[in-house]
Design a protein around this ligand. Structure first.
Ligand SMILES: Nc1ncnc2c1ncn2[C@@H]1O[C@H](COP(=O)(O)OP(=O)(O)OP(=O)(O)O)[C@@H](O)[C@H]1O
Ligand SMILES: [Mg+2]
Length: 338
């Protein structure tokens, strides 16, 4: 794509920032970069407003850290819930959810994958036929099943040890409507997970590509958010909306939610745009950008056609290497945080 075309797309995308575009046009800072930086700065300020005092933050962190380290030392289960979310479609959410869950299970962690998307890509991606399901996440959300025994009936074992899934099917497409009419509709998934506390170490949630009630439920139930970003200009637009949504949820619904990191997916080292967007994300998010980037690899799609995570499919490819490195980074970052 020619530079002129790229500039035109950016200008059209950021019509509401036209005035800034005019002001800064002489110094040639792409407007999407400015907008991203502004959003990050805004989010930092909001976080500061939420934290009452340094002493309180220090004490909370200290006690939480001691508590979790004691749990680890004593071998008590602790639960880390991670949503994989970006409202941009096709940026690698399901691929990341499937392979992170597969990595964790392969390395001895009791892991539950939750498919919150009616496309059922994660369900199919770990070898479960969504068309043959008798129950799915939809039944739990719709009937508000908070009884442990009812939840356990919906959880499916996969062919991989320690990896279980709450699958999804096309019925989930109705969930936005059914959820909208119930009380405390944003916390249904949170209450479901509270009922099975102690059974798993990691819960990985594959979110749909929109910020409807299904994604809100996922983020409200989570401790961490991982944002997969494929290097394209439209992704940068999506990030701005995503950070605003994250702030809204953190302030109003889940103060315990943190961004664990930004993961660059579908990276093509031969494309300038890939390198440019990587640099921009590092400038904006700093050390919140995972060191690992997921390189573009046709074997990933091939493994999904076979209903297997690349982690359990073929070892001699970029997809396997990158998702293995990413999985180990996630475990390291989570352990450092607790
Ligand atoms: N690193 C990669 N290399 C090559 N293809 C990839 C890679 N990551 C994902 N894909 C392919 O890109 C497509 C979209 O990926 P995926 O389904 O994971 O995205 P998504 O964000 O979950 O999409 P949606 O928003 O529709 O849920 C899939 O066909 C997948 O196989
Ligand atoms: Mg998906």
């Amino acid at each position: 794509m020619k530079q002129d075309n790229i500039d035109r797309i950016i200008k059209e995308t950021y019509t509401d920032f036209n005035s800034e575009l005019d002001i800064h046009s002489d110094i040639k800072i792409p407007v999407w970069r400015m907008k991203l930086f502004q959003t990050i700065r805004y989010s930092e300020n909001l976080e500061k407003m939420k934290i009452p005092t340094f002493k309180e933050k220090f004490l909370i962190n200290l006690f939480t850290s001691i508590f979790f380290r004691l749990c680890l030392y004593k071998g008590v289960m602790y639960l880390v819930i991670i949503s994989i979310f970006n409202q941009k479609g096709g940026c690698g959410k399901s691929t990341t959810a499937i392979n992170l869950a597969a990595y964790l299970a392969k390395h001895g962690k009791k892991t539950l994958l939750i498919d919150m998307d009616s496309q059922a890509n994660s369900t199919v991606g770990v070898g479960i036929d969504d068309e043959k399901l008798t129950s799915s996440i939809y039944d739990l959300l719709n009937n508000q099943e908070f009884k442990k025994e009812n939840i356990l009936k919906v959880i499916k074992k996969t062919e991989y040890p320690k990896l279980h899934i709450i699958p999804s099917d096309i019925n989930l497409a109705n969930a936005e409507i059914t959820l909208s009419s119930i009380m405390s509709r944003e916390t249904v998934l949170k209450r479901i997970l509270e009922s099975i506390d102690g059974l798993y170490q990691y819960v990985i949630i594959d979110c749909p590509p929109s910020l409807g009630l299904l994604s809100v439920n996922s983020l409200v139930a989570s401790n961490y958010l991982i944002i997969p970003v494929d290097p394209s200009f439209f992704s940068m637009k999506g990030i701005k909306n995503l950070i605003s949504s994250f702030n809204g949820i953190k302030i109003n619904l889940n103060p315990g939610l943190d961004i664990l990191g930004v993961l660059i997916t579908k990276f093509n080292g031969r494309k300038t745009i890939s390198k440019d967007i990587k640099e921009t994300l590092i400038n904006a998010f700093g050390d919140k950008v995972f060191k690992t980037v997921i390189r573009i690899d046709s074997k990933i799609e091939y493994s999904q056609d076979n209903g297997k995570p690349i982690i359990n499919f073929y070892e001699k490819c970029h997809g396997f290497e990158d998702y293995t490195a990413f999985g180990s980074e996630v475990v390291k970052w989570v352990t450092q945080k607790i």
